[in-house]
Design a protein around this ligand. Structure first.
Ligand SMILES: Cc1cc2nc3c(=O)[nH]c(=O)nc-3n(C[C@H](O)[C@H](O)[C@H](O)COP(=O)(O)O)c2cc1C
Length: 175
């Protein structure tokens, strides 16, 4: 069974990205083993920090995953700093990190109409810099996400069906 690691780009408890993450994991059921990374525990990137337990745990989890699934909001037309910080930690050693040739899948989330499409393309560019492999499928954007979460549960049948089909392709491609 493929192992997926979910990296969510929002730390807040009521986050719609976190709600989407939970919905995707629930929809996957027993077709994948899913874990979520705790990026809140990471220090700010500083190359002087050695042997940090949270950094080691993140790198190990990415290394062990068959695929990394990013579910992230767009902040100021790009990815949130907390997510970029996590990516930066995992990106060392340069061009030979746990992200090298790692299969990745991206879902972006937005409170507005654009669904985080700019963060989507920024993230692909960042992943290319680490020789990671973003899934070359249709882009999954979740617009107006805040309106689709009730009691922590994300509901949008159309988006879940669309995302589910793309995730099935992603799972199949992991072999
Ligand atoms: C610092 C900041 C910057 C934001 N910039 C954007 C943006 O560029 N584009 C956009 O669609 N939404 C932007 N938003 C709104 C987010 O899409 C919205 O707050 C979303 O719900 C955040 O995701 P979350 O619910 O997972 O925390 C921004 C929000 C914050 C806090």
């Amino acid at each position: 069974m493929p192992k997926l690691l979910f990296l969510t780009g929002s730390l807040r408890a009521e986050s719609s990205s976190r709600a989407v993450t939970r919905a995707l994991i629930e929809a996957l059921g027993d077709r994948a083993t899913c874990e979520t990374a705790d990026i809140a525990a990471l220090p700010h990137y500083n190359d002087d920090i050695k042997n940090d337990a949270a950094v080691a745990a993140l790198r190990d989890a990415i290394g062990a995953a068959d695929g990394v699934v990013f579910v992230t909001p767009e902040y100021n037309y790009s990815v949130p700093g907390v997510l970029k910080n996590a990516i930066d930690w995992a990106s060392r050693p340069a061009f030979d990190s746990v992200f090298k040739y790692k299969r990745c899948f991206i879902v972006t989330v937005s409170g507005g109409a654009t669904g985080g499409v700019r963060a989507q393309s920024h993230l692909k560019y960042v992943l290319a810099g680490m020789m990671a492999l973003p899934h070359p499928g249709k882009e999954i954007l979740v617009p107006f996400a805040g309106k689709k979460v009730e009691n922590g549960v994300f509901r949008d049948d159309d988006i879940m069906a669309f995302a589910g089909a793309q995730m099935d392709e992603f799972l199949a491609s992991l072999g």
